[in-house]
Design a protein around this ligand. Structure first.
Ligand code: NI
Length: 390
């Protein structure tokens, strides 16, 4: 087991690192300061190799264990913040107006830095560990894909990948995981309905796109309720409707926007087909025309069986049986770590952030009390996956 006293000492330093990152949030791929600080620390810790500029601004530190082993285990954190005005009164609140670490990626980076320090000191594992810091997880940036496409897996001989995200509502020091689909795929849905505009007092001379759009939105509710198997995970949320500019004008077009989330790829394909059919069919029934644009985003985050077992084992060792949900209900959120899981087998886990405001809320803050648990989990995971004496 990792040395708890040393982990606690490192967690105290990680708190300072986190506060510094929190005060200086950066967006998407423009995480130059954050990546620079991380690379400097990894070199200070004595990593055997520190590579920058992977997938534009990603950083990878390689740490060799005491014993030979096959390939490297990758541990991944994300570095980017969000375009939200921070509303906490924390002393370490964002110094950049309109940007904040509202998803705890500052905490993820600090925990992985802590783990890198511990692993570089102890090296009680076989083979290598690659600590991976990625840009652009938020808002469809797909920084994980950029790093995979840049040859990260081959360059560092990565054979398995592990990721971690904090979750408000789960107690601090606790974990949640499941085998198989853990988080959803996301598809952006856009529909433009083209009718025939005109005077609001003469609807019989127009084709009202607002009436058509309203019926499309209603009919889309049947994708989840009638077209998907009852126990399958699918969400179709229409979140935008825009049409019209005046009280007395029937507009020419109406716009509908939203997001589709599924836990299986077959369900995504089925739902996308139904969205196309419903939009085209309802529009045609009224003499209007619908143009559908579906933009596939992040794939399903699918935990592999053997690696999920390793992650569960490590979490149970660190947190105890009472504090690990080993078969959590999947989240319909999406996560670009899914691209790494498509490239290599691995597992993603949630770490509790306690009873705090939710992710992406202006009053959210990563919980520093979670730092020792997160660092301990990473250290224990490496000892579990690549033990010195198998
Ligand atoms: Ni996040």
């Amino acid at each position: 087991m990792p040395n708890a006293r040393r982990i606690a000492e490192i967690a105290r330093a990680a708190r300072e690192w986190r506060h510094d990152l929190h005060m200086n949030p950066e967006l998407q791929f423009d995480v130059h300061r954050t990546a620079g600080i991380i690379a400097t620390r990894l070199r200070e810790f004595g990593c055997d190799d520190v590579a920058t500029g992977i997938g534009r601004t990603g950083v990878v530190g390689l740490i060799r264990g005491r014993a030979r082993g096959e390939g490297a285990i990758a541990l991944r954190a994300d570095m980017d913040a969000l375009p939200i005005m921070e509303a906490t009164d924390a002393p370490h609140a964002s110094r950049v107006a309109g940007l904040m670490h509202a998803c705890g990626h500052d905490g993820h980076s600090a925990m992985l830095l802590g783990a890198a320090r511990y692993l570089a000191e102890t090296r009680d594992f076989a083979g290598s560990v690659a600590v991976v810091f990625q840009p652009a997880e938020e808002n469809g940036g797909a920084g994980a894909k950029a790093m995979v496409d840049d040859g990260m897996m081959e360059r560092f001989g990565i054979r398995e990948v592990y990721g971690m995200h904090n979750m408000p509502g789960i107690p601090v020091g606790a974990f949640a995981i499941r085998q198989g689909a853990m988080m959803a795929s996301s598809t952006r849905v856009e529909i433009t309905v083209e009718g025939k505009g005109g005077h609001a007092a003469k609807p019989h001379l127009c084709i009202d796109p607002i009436v058509v759009a309203a019926q499309i939105v209603s009919a889309l509710q049947t994708v989840a309720s009638r077209s998907a198997p009852p126990l399958d995970g699918v969400v179709l949320s229409i979140t935008m409707m825009n049409a019209g500019t005046a009280f007395n004008v029937i507009p020419q077009t109406a716009y509908i926007g939203g997001t589709l989330r599924t836990l299986r790829d077959e369900t995504r394909v089925m739902a996308e087909k139904r969205i196309n059919e419903i939009a085209a069919g309802v529009a045609a029934a009224h003499g209007a025309r619908a143009t559908v644009t579906l933009t596939t985003g992040y794939p399903v985050t699918e935990n592999h069986p053997a690696q999920t077992a390793m992650a569960r084992r490590a979490a149970l060792d660190v947190a105890g049986v009472e504090a690990v949900d080993v078969d959590m209900v999947p989240s319909m959120g999406a996560e670009d770590f899914s691209f790494m899981l498509l490239a290599r087998p691995g597992a993603f886990i949630f770490i509790g952030n306690g009873d705090t405001p939710g992710l992406h809320h202006p009053r959210y803050d990563f919980n520093d009390e979670a730092l020792p648990a997160g660092i301990g989990y990473w250290a224990r995971l490496v000892e579990t996956v690549a033990p010195l004496a198998p």
